[in-house]
Ligand binder design. Structure first.
Ligand SMILES: O=C(O)CCC(=O)C(=O)O
Ligand SMILES: [Fe+2]
Length: 594
């Protein structure tokens, strides 16, 4: 971290140092990698991951705040003049032994790990189905390549308001305390029992995924970080009512906010790191003097990372004042002492870059990002007046005996592209059955990448494929789809039913394919980015559209996305029906362009 030169800094001047080159020699570290906790032996999360985000109510008081006395690692810093942010991630990774979340190593300095979202899945939603013609049809939209309709990953979420922190947001069911064993259980049995439970617990990657999910929600819904930390989904800078007010609020701790900021910091994303570390600093200042044994980070850590983030953003005077505040708590930290001198020099020389307005990194490289986010924030759309009259609601039998007794309730929601919403398409009981069948088979969704399939940040959900032989309910659902669409779903003319679960922050950025649907507490609309409308999640309804024209060309107007889930979770079932096999059911039009 921090290796890149900040704009405007005189090259002749050594950069401030970032790296927590902790311990060793005479340089005590402010918070040496979590390997020493005040008055306590190193706290290693038994799960290897939870400590950072689970808080117990017990708080110890420490007055005055004790110093770190045990250096953790040999100092490597004295000869380093290249500025780096606090503790580079590589160093963190090396120093973290054993690999436990905040345990043996990190004080919240979690080394970046490969992206993987929570394995958690909880359910409250429902599902829906969509359809598609042309199996495997992929269309390029964004700068970063092809996507197919097969993508996904997920972070379950229940947002319980019990103060258990961020990990609860992503995996509530994983945190249910394991049933207490018999009192006389021998330690070995306890240990092996624990090992078993541990495998199911969220890991560091899950936590990093949760942090990224929070930043995604912040961006897509333009949320205030302060509000999010307080459990309120409030637009940044807006005085209007919150976007969503959960029944029970879950607030984030200073440590949680530090972790989110640190995930951003580790990727050089100072736009997000500043916002989250500001929040962490504010919260740590408020609780200064009381010690939460679950915290892996401290006010010093937050100040240190925030100062360096500001420096990287060109705000030297802010970097200076935060570093001075840091030294107030830890005057002996030579790295920060040197940084302060460098900042002062820069300001004195007047060569410091003026604070640049921080640009949000366009990590998704979406050309249509603004339109997409706007549609996620405000589901709906403005239909052209000539199309308004063509909107309708009707009971449809479609000439099918399956629908005579119970016609489909069709609502045409858009004309070009044609999009219809079928209300009450499945019952609650059917939805539960499908979720139950899919649950054990859910896996992080993947996307096509050349010949291979891989996980991708732009589709975060979990999914499973269900054959119609899996259960009579799946069979009945497929028959209903065939009846409503008039299409042939028999193999090989359609794919299996794909059941998808999105957790908190789960999403699927704009892409082309087929069709979709679901039900969720907040967020999660299906946005048609080019057509400029979005459809909120409607429980038990099915959304249908053609993604191919009659002539077989892809319909560019059907670029669509699953907006991030703001609260609750979202279940969707996709049904993709191939073009092949439908020649007589949906023949070409008279107009070749049709
Ligand atoms: O979840 C949504 O609303 C859209 C999902 C989707 O488009 C898909 O799974 O292909
Ligand atoms: Fe899709």
């Amino acid at each position: 971290m921090g290796a890149a030169s900040p704009g405007g800094v005189s090259p002749s001047l050594a950069w401030p140092e970032s790296g927590r080159r902790y311990g060793g020699g005479s340089e005590p570290s402010p918070r040496p990698g979590g390997c020493h906790r005040r008055g306590a032996s190193p706290k290693v999360s038994p799960s290897g991951c939870l400590v950072g985000f689970m808080r117990r109510s017990r708080r110890c008081t420490r007055t005055p705040r004790p110093r770190w006395t045990i250096p953790c690692w040999p100092s490597a810093s004295s000869s380093v003049s290249t500025p780096t942010g606090p503790m580079s991630s590589t160093a963190t990774r090396l120093l973290r032994t054993p690999r436990v979340w905040g345990g043996g190593g990190a004080f919240g300095c979690v080394s970046p790990l490969s992206p993987r979202e929570s394995r958690a899945v909880t359910g409250s939603g429902w599902r829906s189905w969509g359809m598609d013609q042309g199996a495997g049809k992929r269309v390029k939209e964004r700068g970063n390549g092809w996507r197919s309709r097969r993508t996904g990953g997920g972070a379950g979420c229940g947002l319980p308001r019990d103060g258990k922190g961020l990990i609860r947001l992503i995996a509530p069911q994983n945190l249910i305390n394991p049933p207490p064993g018999p009192p006389s259980l021998p330690p070995t049995a306890l240990h092996s029992g624990f090992k078993e439970v541990e495998r199911e617990l969220p890991g560091a990657e899950d936590l990093d995924g949760a942090a990224r999910a929070l930043m995604r929600l912040q961006d897509v819904y333009a949320l205030s970080v302060k509000g999010m930390a307080n459990g309120v989904f409030q637009r940044a800078g807006a005085s209007c009512p919150p976007l969503y007010s959960p029944g029970r609020r879950v607030s984030l701790s200073a440590d949680d906010c530090f972790h989110v900021g640190k995930v951003a910091y580790d990727t050089g994303d100072y736009y997000h790191s500043i916002a989250w570390l500001e929040e962490a600093v504010g919260l740590f200042r408020l609780s200064y003097g009381s010690w939460n044994p679950e915290d892996r980070s401290s006010l010093e850590d937050a100040l240190d990372h925030l100062a360096f983030s500001y420096f990287m953003a060109g705000n030297i005077s802010h970097a200076l004042s935060l570093s001075r505040e840091f030294l107030h708590y830890d005057p002996s930290n030579q790295r920060v002492v040197r940084n302060v001198a460098k900042y002062e020099k820069l300001l004195e020389m007047g060569t410091a870059a003026s604070a640049r307005p921080l640009q949000r990194p366009n990590s998704t490289r979406l050309q249509s990002r603004d339109a997409y986010e706007e549609l996620c924030q405000r589901p709906g759309g403005q239909l052209a007046p000539e199309h308004l009259l063509r909107l309708s609601c009707s009971y449809e039998t479609n000439g099918s005996p399956y629908l005579f007794l119970q016609p489909a309730k069709k609502e045409v929601v858009w004309i070009q592209p044609y999009v219809a919403l079928y209300h009450d398409f499945i019952s609650d009981a059917e939805a539960e059955t499908i979720k139950g069948l899919a649950g054990p088979r859910l896996q992080r969704s993947v996307v096509a990448s050349g010949e291979k399939q891989q996980k991708a940040e732009y589709r975060i959900s979990k999914s499973a494929w269900l054959k119609d032989t899996a259960d009579p309910v799946v069979r009945a659902l497929e028959q209903r789809i065939a009846a409503v669409t008039g299409l042939d779903l028999r193999p090989p003319y359609a794919e299996y039913l794909q059941v998808v679960n999105y957790g908190l922050g789960g999403h699927y950025e704009p892409h082309f394919d087929h069709a979709t649907l679901s039900a969720v507490e907040a967020g999660g609309s299906t946005a048609f980015v080019y057509a400029n409308f979005s459809v909120p999640v409607v429980k038990n309804a099915a959304l249908f559209w053609w993604n191919l024209r009659r002539n077989g060309d892809g319909d560019g107007d059907t670029l669509h996305a699953g907006c991030p889930v703001l609260a609750g979770d979202k279940w969707v079932a996709n049904k993709w029906i191939h073009e092949h096999g439908q020649e007589f059911r949906r023949p070409c039009g008279a107009d070749p362009q049709d």
